[in-house]
Design a protein around this ligand. Structure first.
Ligand SMILES: Cc1cc2nc3c(=O)[nH]c(=O)nc-3n(C[C@H](O)[C@H](O)[C@H](O)COP(=O)(O)O)c2cc1C
Length: 339
């Protein structure tokens, strides 16, 4: 029904407006008595076979919502009712920021993809932390970044501000240095600045009474030697895992019209699937499975989930697949995994 009836209507309108409209619709539906229970009944799968123990956390199932969908932690409880085992909020920055000028979100229906250059639009870490205080059991990851105006030399202090503000209200952290939409952010993926940043965060983390898992989110556009550096950095800094991958700058093999393909930003969805799987497989094999990987990029079907797991992912996440396949997609994936 979603793909035949609802999606064609939604796709007639501006993508960013549809995103906010869908947010409001989900929130309003949840106000109807018994609606939340009904949605949970339809979409969540409580099979114990689906649960995964990782980073000292118990994930009810391995399918998560990727960062960027609920940047400000406004809808994580309602979204969890669609069957997600965990929700990653963010990317959050210390201060609120508007992000890039609109339009900044583009659909590529012929390719089942999205190009975005949102630029970390968010209401800032204080607002998100406040909302997350009301959490009642959803497993939440906090994806953190730096403000656009903060120079890379001072980036660590931005990550630390977010880390501290979210420490008591998230279950794990993601250090995002891989968004293509904040100028020079990806320079922080280079060996020296990245090691420095992660060592700073880890030292801080280790001073806490009980440390929180820290994962690193990487771009799919890294070379093999850069991926080797990542393996080395994970070992040296002792962080807990890697999220592979963020969106790509590549525009290879697309069928959509040139005017959309040429839009600046990161490409997600089906065109990203093969490359992100390749990155997961490389990290998993080359490191001898030294650390857990959360696989993300172009997961639209249960088969895509199996492929990412076969490549070495312990958990997966999706964003674009949720937009293209609709609310039943997570339950289909979990049903297939439970078999
Ligand atoms: C509109 C949009 C906004 C995103 N914002 C963020 C973000 O703020 N932080 C982040 O780490 N990833 C962000 N992502 C990347 C996703 O989390 C994910 O890594 C990527 O889209 C690949 O997964 P997918 O093919 O399932 O969408 C965003 C993706 C999209 C489409």
């Amino acid at each position: 029904m979603y793909k035949r009836l609802i999606r064609p209507i939604l796709f007639l309108f501006n993508p960013e407006q549809v995103h906010y409209f869908s947010f409001s619709a989900i929130r309003i539906v949840h106000r109807i008595p018994f609606a939340a229970a009904l949605i949970r009944l339809l979409y969540t799968n409580k099979s114990p076979a689906l649960s995964r123990d990782l980073f000292g956390l118990r994930f009810p199932n391995p399918i998560g919502l990727a960062a960027g969908f609920d940047k400000d932690a406004k809808l994580y409880k309602e979204l969890a009712n669609f069957g997600f085992g965990f929700i990653e909020i963010g990317t959050i920055t210390p201060k609120p920021q508007e992000g890039n000028p609109k339009p900044r979100l583009f659909r590529l229906p012929k390719d089942s993809g999205i190009i975005n250059r949102m630029g970390f639009n968010n209401e800032g870490v204080t607002a998100a932390a406040k909302r997350l205080k009301a959490n009642n059991g959803v497993l939440v990851g906090g994806n953190i970044g730096k403000n656009k105006t903060t120079p890379n030399e001072d980036a660590a202090s931005d990550y630390l501000i977010c880390f501290d503000a979210l420490f008591d209200v998230v279950d794990y952290f993601v250090v995002n240095v891989s968004s293509p939409n904040t100028p020079n952010l990806r320079d922080l993926q280079e060996k020296e600045p990245l090691t420095k940043l992660l060592v700073t965060l880890q030292e801080h983390n280790n001073k806490k009474q009980k440390r929180k898992p820290i994962l690193l989110k990487i771009a799919p556009d890294l070379s093999e030697s850069q991926l080797d550096d990542i393996i080395d950095i994970v070992a040296r800094t002792n962080i807990d895992g890697v999220i592979a991958t963020n969106t790509t700058l590549s525009r290879a093999d697309l069928k959509s019209q040139q005017s959309v393909i040429e839009q600046k930003g990161g490409l997600s969805g089906k065109p990203l699937a093969a490359r992100s799987t390749e990155v997961i497989r490389y990290l998993h094999t080359k490191s001898n499975a030294a650390f857990p990987i959360i696989g993300v990029g172009g997961i639209h079907t249960p088969e895509d989930v199996h492929e990412k797991i076969a490549a070495g992912a312990s958990l997966v996440q999706l964003y674009t697949g949720f937009v293209y396949e609709g609310p039943a997609v997570v339950s289909r994936m979990n049903k297939s995994l439970a078999k």
